[in-house]
Design a protein around this ligand. Structure first.
Ligand SMILES: [Zn+2]
Length: 286
């Protein structure tokens, strides 16, 4: 009886909380230049989003007021989400000489299916403005990857397809840490405070340098359990963003590349204990 009461109270709290935020959504009145430029390369490709909503396990109940039934309106969150998925799926060169990792790695990291990279997950969006993304493991059913308004609002520096996709990688990597039971720190899966060169409070990682070609395409999930062969969430994100900035397909708009580079470089400067980490445009391979 007692357990039942507590459970009921929990359900009511959940209900009250959700109904109080149901009206709030991210800014749906505009899209960033980078979003619009990428959008114009596919012009709302219906076959793609009919594939990608399944590949990313997006559920109508989560996206109803975010463009689920307005998938060609580039100002809404659902279209912005699949615009980022499009960049991951088609936008990278996979240059054997130089790319950190391949499309196959980035796709498996971001997409919903369970794999060597993470257990099954689904994507939703949240109205928060203080976080970019979150990874929430669930005991029953798929784990949850949430992306928040700063990745959607055009006025936010991170409201662009590269940064959004970069967060799929970052949060997906929390899924990797979770799957293999690695402890990357007790502050939301990061080191607490501002250790070493890191200034992003409670969001600090190590950057585990590796040479280009150290991980065959498809092998990003591998580790030997030492710093010689290991990744942190911010590192995977920076490597992805720099692959977008430095080795994209020729048709990827310059605005998309520049926004990805800004995000990577800001992150490299602020988020690594042994920073600044790798910056886009630095020589590779070494
Ligand atoms: Zn790497």
């Amino acid at each position: 009886m007692k357990i039942f009461r507590i459970l009921l109270a929990g359900l009511m709290l959940t209900f009250v909380f959700q109904s109080s935020v149901a009206q709030a959504v991210c800014n749906q009145s505009s899209a960033s230049t980078a979003d619009n430029d990428l959008w114009n390369t596919h012009g709302c490709w219906q076959a793609f989003f009919l594939w990608s909503y399944k590949a990313y396990d997006q559920r109508q109940s989560d996206w109803n007021n975010r463009g689920w039934n307005d998938a060609c309106n580039a100002n809404m969150e659902f279209p912005k989400h699949w615009n980022a998925a499009y960049l991951v799926t088609y936008g990278l060169q996979d240059a054997n000489c130089c790319s950190w990792h391949g499309t196959t790695d980035y796709r498996k990291l971001g997409e919903a299916a369970g794999s060597n990279f993470h257990s099954g997950l689904y994507h939703d969006a949240g109205d928060g403005t203080s976080l970019f993304g979150g990874f929430t493991p669930h005991t029953f059913g798929a784990d949850e990857l949430t992306t928040y308004c700063p990745l959607y609002n055009a006025t936010s520096a991170n409201g662009n397809p590269g940064s959004r996709a970069g967060d799929f990688m970052h949060e997906g990597w929390h899924g990797w840490l979770h799957k293999y039971n690695w402890n990357n720190g007790s502050c939301g899966g990061h080191r607490c405070g501002t250790p070493g060169a890191c200034t992003a409070k409670d969001a600090c990682d190590y950057f585990y340098f590796h040479g280009v070609g150290a991980f065959a395409f498809g092998a990003l999930y591998q580790t030997d359990g030492t710093a010689n062969r290991f990744h942190s969430p911010n590192q995977v994100q920076v490597e992805f963003l720099c692959d977008v900035a430095d080795y994209p397909k020729s048709w990827v708009p310059n605005s998309v590349r520049q926004a990805a580079r800004s995000d990577a470089d800001a992150r490299a400067a602020a988020r690594f204990i042994n920073g600044p980490g790798y910056k886009c445009g630095n020589p590779r391979p070494w």
